[in-house]
Design a protein around this ligand. Structure first.
Ligand SMILES: [Zn+2]
Length: 271
């Protein structure tokens, strides 16, 4: 019933009368105050601020630009996971509204968050990223949406999302993992795969959170380099079904042996 109130801005495709207007996850957003931009496969929903064609979302985030980037990110996720991806991106007006939509207290330090079948942008931070960063963030969050995170250790699902996010970004490893590289060059190599504490938002030390993501990324990048990307994807699915220990055992690894080999890989890549 909300759909009839939406102001639609078809971009790459044209909506036919009577065709489904919005996917689940966006239908009940902001009745009477929503604007939609469509890419080839993506749908982006924001507040209607009355800009020409409803093109401008909150915080300088342009919905058409997000739709184009979401198309690119969706193809990257699709290439790794081997299934079609139809991104749904929600652009609220503020970090506070993003947190409310995601049902969490705050979203410190995040540019976007996966929430069920959709990605919610944190407009202030997303707008501050360069184009490469925006594409990486969208591919990262879409990976969570498509691959799921249940029953997995945090290093695996965050590392896997960054693996997909950075796979086609064209960034040198030491650039994408700059904060961890600084630690390694100072002689401090992480001793364990990052756990939930390492990913807890800490406004006082944003580098710490960055290092946790980078450490997790390099664990998955190591697995893909050593065993192949398809094996990494299979490991991810096996870990969801049977637990990470069983999944690693199928590669002849335990968490301890993976940790040892990951540490050597981190030193090799970043020192
Ligand atoms: Zn994530």
């Amino acid at each position: 019933m909300v759909a009839a109130l939406l102001f639609l801005v078809p971009a790459a495709d044209t909506l036919l009368p009577g065709s489904p207007v919005l996917p689940p996850g966006a239908r009940d957003l902001w009745p009477g105050d929503a604007v939609v931009s469509r890419g080839r496969r993506s749908t982006v929903v924001g507040h209607d601020h009355g800009g020409a064609g409803g093109e401008t979302g909150a915080g300088g985030v342009k919905l058409d630009d997000v739709a184009r980037r979401a198309d690119v990110a969706g193809l990257r996720v699709s290439a790794v996971l081997g299934r079609p991806v139809r991104p749904l991106i929600v652009v609220p007006d503020s970090a506070a509204e993003a947190a409310r939509l995601a049902g969490v207290a705050r979203l410190d330090g995040l540019a976007a968050v996966a929430d069920g079948g959709r990605v919610i942008l944190v407009p202030e931070l997303f707008a501050s990223l360069n184009p490469t960063g925006k594409n990486v963030v969208l591919a990262h969050e879409l990976t969570h949406v498509v691959a799921g995170t249940d029953r997995l250790p945090v290093w695996l699902y965050e590392g896997f999302a960054d693996y997909v996010g950075y796979r086609d970004a064209g960034l040198p490893v030491a650039t994408a993992a700059a904060e961890l590289a600084a630690e390694v060059r100072a002689g401090r190599l992480p001793s364990a795969l990052p756990g939930p504490d390492a990913f807890a938002a800490d406004g006082r030390d944003p580098d710490r959170l960055a290092r946790a993501y980078q450490a997790a990324w390099l664990a998955c990048r190591f697995l893909a380099d050593r065993f192949g990307e398809r094996t990494l994807v299979r490991l991810y699915r096996e870990a969801q079904a049977a637990g990470v220990d069983r999944a690693l055992a199928s590669l002849g690894l335990s968490v301890a042996t993976l940790t040892a080999r990951w540490r050597a890989y981190v030193r090799d890549q970043l020192a």
